[in-house]
Design a protein around this ligand. Structure first.
Ligand code: C6P
Length: 410
């Protein structure tokens, strides 16, 4: 296998991922569904095995050694996330079950802050996780949800965004990178303009965190969400970053153990951050493995990852476009790691099913982003999404696979 130009030792990297040695239907696995979930390196698997083999215990509760070891490892992971994302304080990192949980936590927290006449701005290219919780919030509060439109390339129409912002805008939410189109949104401009209008901003970082280094203090964003399973960590764990002022203002999302200062039947007071938002026994092993996954990515280096993935996507775009009748959805100037496409006259599901028979894993359908599909008036797309452990050889297999599928289906 070729050594990558960008300085990434792809042969060694692939050795880290045991699953990449699998065969599917007798063919080597070509895993191109990284936007749905990334694969897990041995280094992170080892951390999970080590936790359950040596120090599995509940945290923040026991005076015994195992509990203390688990607590230290869990809080160290929080500090790893703080350093990596450059949060001001470790307690601004709240462990959640993932991006969906993080957004629901904020939407719930804002219930008491909104009234009829208030406006929320959502981008037209959101995952359902960044639409539905806000619709539920609007139903509860009487606030109105307004949509920042996009153009046919899959870029936000920023002029309209600026026009929509006004003194009634309370919150703006937008993904950093679209899971269905790969567009990298101009979040710096969005955050600055929203703040100037007096609105807070939540950025859904589910699809950006795997591909780029994010500096939360430089962005000055109010909330940022990440799912560990998209950054080589396990499922069921993620984070919500929130500025200390907001996290202090918002009420807890769930009540229970660990999130309290004092409980009597007359009145309960809440714990300080971050415990206020972490009721019950958390996903301890998941949190520790999330930290290990971030360490793993940093050892490779995000500059190297970005350069390699950009090269891979440019190559895949060029090769796929050589197929007659193939159309790519999402052609933004600024995009990363996702190619959504259809071939004229063929349902995406049929292509995806045939690709699976050839060992190629892609996602087909609406990608939990129905408004995008409605905009293009299509039932869905085939989505190939890349990671730093993919290769140009795998792209060639994909392209040949699509060609064969098209021949069989036409
Ligand atoms: N997108 C995809 O195949 P959870 O499920 O909570 O970890 O993440 C939800 C989510 C939120 N925002 C964006 C931009 C996302 O891409 C996702 C998850 C996966 O595109 C699974 S639907």
């Amino acid at each position: 296998m070729a050594e990558a130009k960008s300085g990434l030792d792809i042969t060694t990297i692939r050795e880290d991922f045991p699953i990449l040695k699998r065969e599917i239907h007798g063919r080597p696995l070509v895993y191109l569904d990284n936007a749905a979930t990334s694969q897990t390196p041995q280094q992170v698997i080892d951390v999970i095995v080590d936790y359950y083999s040596r120090y599995n215990a509940n945290i923040h509760r026991g005076v015994h050694t195992l509990s203390q070891e688990a607590t230290v490892a869990y809080e160290n992971a929080r500090q790893t996330l703080q350093r990596h994302f450059n949060a001001r304080k470790a307690y601004e990192i709240i462990f959640t079950s993932g991006t969906t949980h993080s957004i629901n936590l904020v939407a719930n927290g804002f219930t008491g802050f909104l009234k009829k006449g208030d406006e929320l701005l959502v981008s037209a290219m959101e995952h359902h996780s960044n639409i539905v919780p806000w619709q539920m919030l609007c139903e509860k509060t009487g606030a109105t949800l307004k949509v920042i439109p996009m153009n046919t390339r899959g870029e936000l129409v920023m002029e309209t965004f600026h026009d929509l912002l006004n003194e009634n805008t309370r919150l703006v939410f937008c993904n950093h990178v679209s899971n269905a189109l790969g567009t990298i949104n101009p979040i710096e401009e969005i955050i600055e303009a929203a703040h100037a209008a007096g609105a807070a901003v939540l950025i859904d970082g589910a699809q950006s965190a795997p591909h780029m280094k994010v500096d939360l203090q430089a962005l000055d964003v109010d909330f940022y969400t990440v799912s560990a399973h998209k950054v080589c960590g396990p499922t069921g764990i993620g984070m919500l970053y929130g500025k200390e002022e907001w996290l202090n203002r918002m009420p807890p999302y769930q009540g229970g153990g660990e999130m309290i200062a004092e409980v009597t039947f007359e009145k309960t007071t809440y714990a300080d951050l971050p415990n206020k938002f972490e009721a019950g026994t958390p996903n301890i092993c998941g949190g520790i493995a999330f930290g290990a996954a971030i360490d793993y990515l940093n050892e490779i280096g995000f500059e190297v990852i970005e350069a390699y993935e950009n090269d891979l996507m440019a190559y895949a775009t060029e090769q796929l476009l050589s197929i007659e009748g193939l159309k790519i959805y999402g052609t933004a100037e600024n995009k990363t790691s996702v190619i959504s496409f259809n071939v004229e006259g063929i349902h995406p599901y049929d292509i995806g099913t045939l690709l699976d028979k050839m060992g190629i894993a892609v996602r087909t359908g609406q990608h939990c982003a129905q408004p995008i599909m409605d905009y293009y008036q299509i039932p869905g797309t085939v989505r190939a999404s890349f990671s730093f452990y993919n290769t140009k050889e795998e792209i060639n297999v994909l392209v040949e696979g699509v060609k064969r599928a098209v021949q069989m289906l036409q």
